[in-house]
Write a protein that binds this ligand. Structure first.
Ligand SMILES: Cc1cc2nc3c(=O)[nH]c(=O)nc-3n(C[C@H](O)[C@H](O)[C@H](O)COP(=O)(O)OP(=O)(O)OC[C@H]3O[C@@H](n4cnc5c(N)ncnc54)[C@H](O)[C@@H]3O)c2cc1C
Ligand SMILES: NC(=O)c1ccc[n+]([C@@H]2O[C@H](COP(=O)([O-])OP(=O)(O)OC[C@H]3O[C@@H](n4cnc5c(N)ncnc54)[C@H](O)[C@@H]3O)[C@@H](O)[C@H]2O)c1
Length: 475
C-alpha cells in the first residue's frame, strides 16, 4: 500500500470499465477499492450487451427455424415453431444474474474492496462515498472515474417506461407490441429491430439523418439495409425525426423533416423504443473540486493515456475511462482503457490504439468493423497526402457460406495505395463479429495487404472471405 493512503487506487463505477481496471490493478499489486451506487456490472451486464445478446440469440433461433424456405433448401422441414415471450425474457434475466454474480465474485476473490454508495471526488487524492451507512471519506494515490452513460432522450419525447421506453426497459422484453416504432437506426435500433421482427412485430424505424445506419461504412450499410431491413416487416422513415412522442394507448408520434423542421405526419403505434444515443453520467462527481471541466457534450476530457485533462493540462492522479470519456462507447473499449490507465499509474507508459478496436452489431447476419470507414480514410488521405484503395469480396463466393446457404454478405478492406497498410475492414455477413478479429490484429500491427495476402486460411471457412479480399487487393 502507498504510504499514507487508504488505497493505491479507487475506482468510481463498477461497470465493465471499472471491473477491467480493478482486475488489472490487482495483478499489478495495487491495493484497490471500487465504488458502485447501482447494479454491479453497470450498463453492459445489466441493461446492455448481455441481456440484448440473450434476446438476439433466442429470437435469432426463432427466425432461423421459421424460415421454411431456407430450411427446405437444406432438406429440412419444420411445421410449426412457437415461442414463449416470458421464457425468452427469463433467459436474458437469468444470464444477467449469472454474469453479475461472476463479476462480483471475481472482484471479491482478488480482494478488491467493493464499497456500495455514490462516489465523489472530495479534493486531491480524496473520495467521499455516500451510502446507506452515511458518508465516509477515503484517500487513494490514484482515482479512476468510470461512471458510464445513460440513454439520451431528445427533447419533446416523453418516456413512461411502458409504452415509450429506452433500451433500459426494452431488454426486459415485458411485451411484444404488434406495431412498434423504433427511433434511431444505430446499434440499438438495429439490434432491437432484429429481435422484434423475428418475434413477429411490425416496425416503423425513424432515422433523423438522411441515411439508415449513418455510423457504418456506406457499402456495408447499403447491403445491410437490403438484407436486414427491406425484406422484413420494417417500414423506414429517413431524414425525419420524432419531434414529439406522447406515451399511452396508442402512442402518438409527431414527425417532422429533420432539415426544414416542417411537420410531416402523425403516427399512432402500440409502443415506441427510443434509441437515439447515450450521454455520459458525469454529473455530481465532484470534478469542480479539482477544477476539472467537462467538454461541451459533458464527457470527461482525457488524453490517450486516460489521464484527465483540465484546460489541456494533465490533472495529476485522476484518470477517466469508458463511456464517460466518449472516445469509443463500447464495453471492450472501456475495459481496454481501464488497463491502459492502470499501466500508466504503475509507470508503464502506454497509449490506447482506437484504430485497432473492433465493433459489431449482433444482428442476423452480423455487421462488424475495425478502423476507418472509406470516407474517414479519404479525409485522412487528403490531410496526409496519400491515396486510398479498397477491395471487396463476397460471401456468395465462399464455399462455407454456400454450404450453410447463408451467402448474403461482403468484406471490404480499406488500405493505403502506396504502402498497402490496412486502414479499415468492414464485414457484413454470417459470424462477422468473430471474423473481424483477424483484421483487428492486422491493424494493431499496421500490416499491409501484401503481407496479409500470403497468410494461409483453413478451407472451407468463412475466414476465407477476408483472405480473398486481401488477395484481390494485391492482384
Ligand atoms: C442495449 C445496449 C447494448 C449494448 N451492447 C453492447 C455490445 O454488444 N458490445 C459492446 O461492446 N457494448 C455494448 N453496449 C455498450 C456498453 O454497454 C457500454 O459501452 C459499457 O457498458 C460502458 O462501460 P462503463 O464501465 O464505461 O460504464 P457503465 O457500464 O455504464 O458502468 C458505470 C457504472 O458506474 C456506476 N456509477 C456512476 N456514477 C457513480 C458514482 N458517482 N458512484 C458510484 N457509482 C457510480 C453506475 O451505476 C454504473 O454501474 C451496449 C449498450 C446498450 C445500452
Ligand atoms: N453491439 C454493440 O456494440 C452495441 C449495441 C448497442 C449499443 N451500443 C452502444 O450504445 C450506444 C448507443 O446506441 P444507440 O443505437 O442508441 O446510438 P447510436 O448513436 O448508435 O444511434 C442513434 C441513432 O439515432 C438517430 N437519432 C438521434 N436522434 C433522433 C431523433 N430525434 N429522431 C430520429 N433519429 C434520431 C441518430 O442519427 C443515430 O443514427 C452506441 O453508440 C454504442 O456505443 C453498442
Amino acid at each position: 500500500m502507498s504510504s499514507g493512503f487508504d488505497y493505491d487506487l479507487v475506482i468510481i463505477g463498477a461497470g465493465v470499465g471499472g471491473h477491467g481496471a480493478a482486475l488489472h490493478a490487482v495483478s499489478c499489486g495495487l491495493k484497490t477499492a471500487i465504488i458502485e451506487a447501482g447494479d454491479m456490472g453497470g450498463t453492459c451486464v445489466n441493461r446492455g450487451c448481455i441481456p440484448s445478446k440473450a434476446l438476439l440469440a433466442a429470437s435469432g433461433r426463432v427466425r432461423e427455424l421459421r424460415n421454411a424456405h431456407h430450411l427446405k433448401s437444406l432438406g429440412i422441414q419444420i411445421d410449426h415453431v412457437t415461442f414463449d415471450r416470458q421464457a425468452i425474457a427469463d433467459h436474458a434475466g437469468n444470464l444477467v444474474s449469472k454474469i453479475q454474480g461472476d463479476l462480483t465474485n471475481s472482484l471479491k476473490r482478488l480482494k478488491v474492496d467493493i464499497i456500495r454508495g455514490w462516489g465523489k471526488i472530495a479534493g486531491t487524492q480524496k473520495v467521499t462515498i455516500t451510502g446507506d451507512g452515511g458518508e465516509k471519506t477515503i484517500t487513494a494515490k490514484d482515482i479512476i472515474l468510470s461512471p458510464g452513460s445513460v440513454p439520451f432522450v431528445p427533447p419533446g419525447i416523453e418516456v413512461d417506461g411502458k409504452t415509450v421506453f429506452t433500451s433500459d426497459q426494452g431488454v426486459k422484453l415485458e411485451s411484444l407490441p404488434e406495431w412498434v416504432a423504433i427511433i434511431g437506426s444505430g446499434y440499438i435500433g438495429l439490434e432491437f429491430s432484429d429481435v422484434y421482427s423475428a418475434l413477429g412485430c411490425e416496425i416503423t424505424m425513424i432515422e433523423a439523418l438522411d441515411q439508415l445506419m449513418p455510423g457504418f461504412d456506406r457499402d456495408i450499410a447499403k447491403l445491410a439495409e437490403r438484407v436486414l431491413i427491406t425484406p422484413r416487416d420494417i417500414e423506414t422513415k429517413v431524414g425525419i425525426y420524432a419531434k414529439k412522442i406522447i406515451p399511452g394507448s396508442p402512442v402518438v408520434i409527431e414527425l417532422a423533416d429533420f432539415k426544414t423542421k416542417a411537420d410531416i405526419d402523425v403516427i399512432e403505434v402500440d409502443a415506441c423504443l427510443v434509441a437515439t444515443g447515450r450521454i455520459p453520467a458525469t454529473k455530481n462527481l465532484g470534478l469542480e473540486t479539482l477544477g476539472i471541466e467537462l467538454d461541451r457534450r459533458n464527457f470527461i476530457p482525457v488524453d490517450d493515456r486516460m489521464a484527465v485533462l483540465s484546460g489541456g493540462e494533465v490533472v495529476p492522479h485522476v484518470w477517466a475511462i469508458g463511456d464517460a470519456n466518449g472516445k469509443m462507447m463500447l464495453a471492450h473499449a472501456a475495459s481496454a482503457q481501464g488497463i491502459v490507465a492502470v499501466d500508466n499509474i504503475v509507470g508503464r507508459n502506454r497509449v490506447i490504439d482506437y484504430r485497432s478496436i473492433p465493433a459489431a452489431a449482433f444482428t442476423h447476419p452480423e455487421v462488424s468493423y475495425v478502423g476507418l470507414t472509406e470516407v474517414a480514410a479519404q479525409e485522412l488521405a487528403q490531410a496526409e497526402g496519400f491515396e486510398v484503395a479498397t477491395s471487396k469480396s463476397y460471401f456468395k463466393g465462399n464455399s462455407k457460406a454456400l454450404a450453410e446457404n447463408e451467402a448474403d454478405g461482403m468484406a471490404k478492406v480499406v488500405y493505403r495505395k502506396d504502402t498497402g497498410e490496412v486502414l479499415g475492414v468492414h464485414i457484413f455477413g454470417m459470424h462477422a463479429a468473430d471474423l473481424i478479429h483477424e483484421a483487428s490484429a492486422a491493424i494493431a500491427h499496421r500490416q499491409a495487404v501484401q503481407d496479409l495476402a500470403h497468410l494461409v486460411h483453413a478451407h472451407p471457412t468463412l475466414s476465407e472471405v477476408l483472405d480473398e479480399a486481401y488477395k484481390r487487393a494485391v492482384v
